[in-house]
Ligand binder design. Sequence first.
Ligand SMILES: [Cu+2]
Length: 124
Amino acid sequence: MERRGRSSVSRGMNHLANHRTRVAVALVLAAMTIAGADVRAQSPTAVDIQDFNYLPPSLTVAAGTTVRWINRDEETHTVTSTAGAFGSAGLDLKEEYAHTFTAPGVYPYGCDLHPQMHGTIVVK
Ligand SMILES: [Cu+2]
């Protein structure tokens, strides 16, 4: 996911003719990546799946944030967007799924295997 994002950035930079400019842009992007990692460490961007619940059930993040779900149950669960925007395979105990939210909006999701399970990601 992040790799795909980076390669599209690289494609967008191809029009820059000056090599020195490209290097400078790359350094700025690297700094932004490091800053982004700091933000992720400070704000909750992980959802625990525990006792047939998504915790927290509603999570608000900034556009561009990668949200990571971790299954803490021995039961298999999925993370499945109601609108088809994203979806995991079946997650067993301690397995993870991550999705990067690029567009602001409200993203309801649930578990394919347990219709009573619901969560929402709000992207600002
Ligand atoms: Cu489930």
